[in-house]
Design a protein around this ligand. Structure first.
Ligand SMILES: NC(=O)c1ccc[n+]([C@@H]2O[C@H](COP(=O)([O-])OP(=O)(O)OC[C@H]3O[C@@H](n4cnc5c(N)ncnc54)[C@H](OP(=O)(O)O)[C@@H]3O)[C@@H](O)[C@H]2O)c1
Length: 340
């Protein structure tokens, strides 16, 4: 039985610095009815992502700002419960951009059908979703690692970083990760095959720690966090190093961002290339990613973790947890059972 109310999370206010749960509000709305040609989807997992912080600002960005008092949105996977659509059937699993709510009606535009024989449902928001695709694209197209080179990845125990590091190992690199707890660092070297891991919170002199972990210097730095880690890596770069600039989570709650980095000039002498990218510009490469990473996944060469928070009402808490390092692998919110 479909419930009569649909719960959703709206943006209640815009935070000046670190967001809090008060910036969000849980609301109940009547259950939407699918019209002719439409489907009713029940969301099962929704993604919370660092980039959503920029959507809380009323400022131009590559992703539009969330509107006040309207439901937030973002990636989700769910199941069609009723269909008046010619090709999408009740029971189909689909991905959408309509997270942060339990149900939604769609014309089918923007929905992609998911094949659960390839990977379990949460994987489509993690290893086979945007984090995996972003890591693969940034590493292979911008980082262009060669076997025997040293790859450093920050945010290494998170969704993107944990996959980048493993892909670096598959491609024959020495891989060093930075992460925020001893447990995360142990997980990287023990379970994911990283050669070394540095706890950036307790390492003290990060430059010295990196130098020890990268005796041959750094050829590729996959940047997820910015700040002190970037500053230290810049001093360890080899000539012709490459830096895929994926994100800088340490700066997302600082307005204005902190000054720095201090060692950018090292890039001149070393002829280093740093390039930012937004994965949505490269969706045409998704099938290539799926082919390559899908094969690694099937062969057991790519491991993936999800940290799953239960209940739509806890979605704001899950989102805030990204800025406190509460996730290992991909942070997801589970909104309901996978079948039924
Ligand atoms: N360019 C693109 O198209 C694109 C697409 C997807 C993601 N991204 C970016 O990729 C990065 C990773 O995203 P994700 O979705 O995979 O998130 P994630 O790494 O799974 O989660 C965020 C992690 O960041 C770390 N962190 C939080 N505050 C930090 C700080 N002040 N300093 C250092 N680390 C901090 C935390 O781990 P610790 O415990 O290690 O601190 C946390 O677990 C983000 O910068 C995101 O914006 C970019």
């Amino acid at each position: 039985m479909t419930p009569t109310v649909n719960r959703q999370i709206v943006l209640a206010s815009r935070p000046p610095a670190m967001p809090t749960a008060d910036n969000f509000r849980l609301e109940e709305r009547p259950m939407p009815e699918p019209g002719p040609g439409e489907v009713l989807v029940r969301n099962i997992y929704m993604s919370v992502d660092p980039y959503m912080r920029s959507r809380m600002r009323d400022r131009k960005s590559y992703a539009p700002p969330w509107k006040l008092d309207e439901p937030c949105d973002g990636r989700a996977v769910g199941r069609i419960v009723r269909s008046n659509h010619p090709t999408l059937a009740a029971g189909d699993y689909v991905s959408s951009m309509l997270g942060w709510r339990e149900f939604f009606v769609s014309s089918g535009q923007g929905l992609s059908r998911l094949d659960l024989s390839v990977a379990p449902l949460p994987a489509y928001l993690g290893v086979l979703g945007i984090p995996g695709f972003t890591g693969w694209y940034g590493l292979t197209e911008i980082g262009r690692p060669k076997a025997g080179e040293t790859l450093v990845v920050s945010g290494a125990a998170g969704a993107t970083g944990s996959l980048v590091g493993q892909m670096g190992k598959i491609l024959g690199c020495r891989v060093v990760g930075t992460a925020g707890t001893e447990d995360k660092c142990a997980h990287l070297t023990r379970d994911l095959g990283f050669d070394a891991a540095i706890n950036y919170r307790t390492a003290g002199d990060l430059y010295e720690a990196l130098r020890r972990a990268c005796p041959d210097g750094v050829d590729v730095y996959f940047e997820n966090v910015g700040g002190a880690v970037l500053d230290a890596v810049l001093r360890c770069l080899n000539p012709f190093a490459r830096i895929p600039l994926c994100g800088m989570i340490s700066q997302y709650n600082q307005d204005p961002p902190e000054p720095g980095p201090r060692y950018l000039f090292q890039m001149v002498g070393n002829r280093v290339r740093m390039q930012g990218f937004i994965i949505s510009d490269h969706y045409d490469r998704y099938p290539d990613f799926l082919r390559e990473a899908g094969a690694w996944l099937k062969a057991g060469r790519l491991k993936h973790q999800e940290t799953i928070v239960e209940g739509l009402e806890n979605a704001p808490r899950a989102f805030l947890g990204l800025f406190k390092g509460e996730n290992l692998g991909k942070m997801l919110v589970k909104l309901g059972p996978e079948d039924g």
